[in-house]
Design a protein around this ligand. Structure first.
Ligand SMILES: Cc1cc2nc3c(=O)[nH]c(=O)nc-3n(C[C@H](O)[C@H](O)[C@H](O)COP(=O)(O)OP(=O)(O)OC[C@H]3O[C@@H](n4cnc5c(N)ncnc54)[C@H](O)[C@@H]3O)c2cc1C
Length: 327
């Protein structure tokens, strides 16, 4: 019987939401193929993570706990995940198309000699079997691809799948004797400088406010975007131009070469809506665009559009939201 092995992502002991989106993709694939689903949890001191995953319908949760896996270095993690996939006879290895998944899964595919479909947004019928739908050319077209190898390796775009809910029932949790083989890794962990922020994380936030080059400077960006984020309890994102011009750090970038988000509410402030930006946010539930020009492409995807100067309109909006919340 075929088996889907899902890599669980976790941070500070908590399962990341993206893993539940990938689980939903795995469920859709399982519904078409009759496969079972199992989880792989890699890291160090991660027993609590495995416990959180129980009840989601996975038959088994494999815990690879090793001091050399404490930091997700792609080489050792890929080796252990590929070893595990072989040990449990997985026919599909899947992870979220996050920075972690994008780093590790291609290496897993290489180790397993498997074909890979990355950033998939759907499961389709194809060639009498199953195919994987994925965006190409920054989402300008969707391709359905078929993998010919026995094992398939996938990364799933989180914004394309709802977070899977619990189904009840316990999963069996077992240890996997990991051999990360750190000695042969070509990359060494030196230090981790986390961005400390009180705000919600961009890819998990309910509300995202994103600013673009039209905000003119780092000071302009901060003066417009921070009060808006504060009053909406939102994460701050940006276009690539805003990053390139030094208005904000590059982990704010949303789009084809940045993060993909799908919050309930997305504000695009002084962002033109280039196709590469839309690739990272167009699945947001409600999109609000504020721009001085009414002919910008952002208005084609916006649910609400305001043709106005952001330096004037956003402070007025913030004032109104604050007044509304205070009432
Ligand atoms: C391979 C590749 C990958 C890329 N990846 C990404 C990516 O991941 N993410 C991304 O965002 N881009 C990406 N880009 C860049 C993308 O093509 C655009 O250049 C970029 O998105 C433009 O950013 P922007 O909308 O902030 O700037 P602009 O296109 O310069 O738009 C600025 C907007 O601000 C408006 N404006 C000006 N002043 C005001 C004001 N006072 N009030 C309100 N509105 C105002 C203007 O009307 C304009 O619409 C990529 C490009 C390439 C080639």
């Amino acid at each position: 019987m075929s088996k889907i092995l899902v890599l669980a992502e976790h941070k500070d002991g908590a399962v990341r939401k993206a893993t539940l989106n990938t689980l939903e993709m795995a469920r859709q694939l399982a519904a078409k193929t009759g496969a079972s689903i199992e989880f792989a949890v890699l890291g160090h001191n991660i027993g609590g993570v495995a416990a959180q995953l129980s009840g989601y319908g996975a038959q088994a949760i494999h815990v690879a706990d090793h001091a050399d896996l404490a930091w997700p270095l792609a080489g050792p993690w890929a080796k252990v995940l590929a070893d595990l996939a072989q040990a449990v006879d997985a026919t599909v290895v899947a992870a979220s198309a996050t920075s972690l998944g994008k780093d590790i899964l291609p290496r897993v595919a290489a180790r397993l000699g498997a074909g890979m479909a990355s950033d998939i947004v759907g499961i389709v019928d194809a060639d009498g079997g199953v195919g994987y739908r994925r965006p190409m050319w920054a989402g300008a077209l969707l391709a359905d691809v078929v993998i010919d190898s026995d094992v398939h390796v996938l990364t799933a775009r989180s914004s394309a799948f709802d977070a899977a809910a619990k189904t009840g029932g316990e999963s069996s949790i077992g240890d996997f004797a990991a051999d990360p083989d750190l000695a042969t890794a070509r990359v060494r962990f030196v230090s981790f400088d986390a961005v400390v922020s009180e705000r919600p994380e961009l890819t998990e936030a309910d509300v995202v406010v994103a600013g673009g080059r039209g905000l003119k400077s780092a000071e302009g960006f901060a003066s417009v975007m921070e009060p808006l984020a504060d009053c909406l309890d939102a994460a701050i994102g940006s276009s690539r131009a805003a990053v390139d011009d030094g208005f904000c750090p590059n982990d704010c970038q949303i789009g084809q070469t940045g993060k993909v988000v799908a919050p309930n509410l997305y504000f695009a402030v002084a962002i033109s809506g280039a196709i590469q930006h839309l690739a990272g946010m167009k699945n947001s539930k409600v999109i609000v665009a504020i721009n001085t020009r009414d002919d910008e492409p952002i208005f084609k995807v916006a649910d609400y559009g305001l043709v106005a100067d952001a330096f004037k309109a956003v402070p007025e909006l913030v004032e109104k939201i604050r007044a509304h919340k205070g009432s």
